[in-house]
Design a protein around this ligand. Structure first.
Ligand SMILES: Nc1ncnc2c1ncn2[C@@H]1O[C@H](COP(=O)(O)OP(=O)(O)O)[C@@H](O)[C@H]1O
Ligand SMILES: [Mg+2]
Length: 269
């Protein structure tokens, strides 16, 4: 099978503009450090690791929202940072990212309908009535009543906002979905519902998925492969069975597994 996503020696260096920094070196942060991975079509890949290890940056590099400092990111064999604007746009259309921060992701001055309309306007030439139909369909798919289209984000609960952000990501059906900590701020019961939603969408839309979370229990539920990052590097690339059987290779991943509560380990069995 051909990999749908391919990263070859990808690094991303940020320049920190801190006036407090003491030496030249401290002006740089290597958020992603020489990452080489391939992801097959239809795979659901969990990306774990502690805060600040580079998960979001890696997600944004794959979504084409950042250009790598070094290396190449290819989707379906095509370097996404090369060539004409139109080609890049095509890639962006196939690949959507769901952002961690809901309040930044959902414009507070737009209704749900306007929020969902925006990607359709940017990426397609859908007519107004087709747009309306599509929005009804997508709200149904994420389990929200049609009447929600007239609501503003501030009137919605955390779980409902998350569903809207998922709806926005799939309203123009993507082939690749990158979800950045999509359940981290939710109550346990709502979290279970959103996890169900992702599992459902994955099958329904035949998605290739990258699911970013520091919670290994969540990744166990939605993924079939696990990548663990540490200090910008992928230190573990394993199947989810390795997580269940606690046979991860890298000491850091083993430490992560140990820190997962026993209660969730029990529920895996
Ligand atoms: N736009 C940015 N500018 C400068 N530094 C950044 C930027 N984005 C991320 N970083 C830094 O890169 C590192 C990795 O960040 P991030 O990818 O957000 O990690 P994670 O998502 O795993 O918490 C951190 O040290 C962070 O401070
Ligand atoms: Mg992050």
């Amino acid at each position: 099978m051909n990999p749908v996503i391919n990263l070859q020696n990808v690094s991303k260096v940020f320049h920190r503009k801190s006036w407090l920094s003491l030496s030249e070196d401290e002006n740089f942060v290597r958020a992603v450090d020489d990452v080489t991975i391939s992801i097959d079509e239809g795979q659901s890949v969990g990306l774990a690791g502690e805060s600040g290890c580079g998960k979001t940056t890696l997600g944004r590099l794959i979504a084409g929202l950042y250009e790598p400092t070094q290396g190449t990111v290819s989707i379906n064999g095509r370097n996404i940072n090369e060539g004409l604007k139109d080609i890049r746009r095509q890639v962006r259309r196939n690949c959507r990212m769901i952002f961690q921060n809901l309040d930044a992701a959902l414009n507070p001055f737009m209704t749900v309908q306007q929020i969902l309309e925006e990607p359709l306007k940017i990426h397609t030439d859908t007519t107004k009535s087709e747009c309306k139909k599509r929005i009804e369909l997508v709200l149904e798919l994420v389990n929200l009543p049609g009447s929600f289209k007239n609501e503003y984000p501030h009137t919605l609960s955390g779980g409902e906002k998350r569903r809207v952000s998922v709806a926005r990501a799939i309203v123009v059906p993507p082939k690749i979905l990158i979800a950045d900590e999509p359940v981290s701020a939710l109550d346990v019961s709502i979290r279970a519902q959103i996890i169900d939603l992702f599992q459902h969408l994955r099958q329904e839309l035949k998605l290739t998925m990258i699911f970013i979370s520091h919670d290994l229990g969540v990744l166990n539920d939605v993924c079939d492969r696990l990548l663990v990052m540490y200090d910008g590097k992928i230190v573990e690339d394993a199947s989810i069975e390795n997580l269940r059987e606690r046979t991860l290779a890298h000491p850091y991943s083993r430490k992560l597994t140990e820190s997962v509560l026993q209660i969730s380990v029990d529920s895996w069995q």
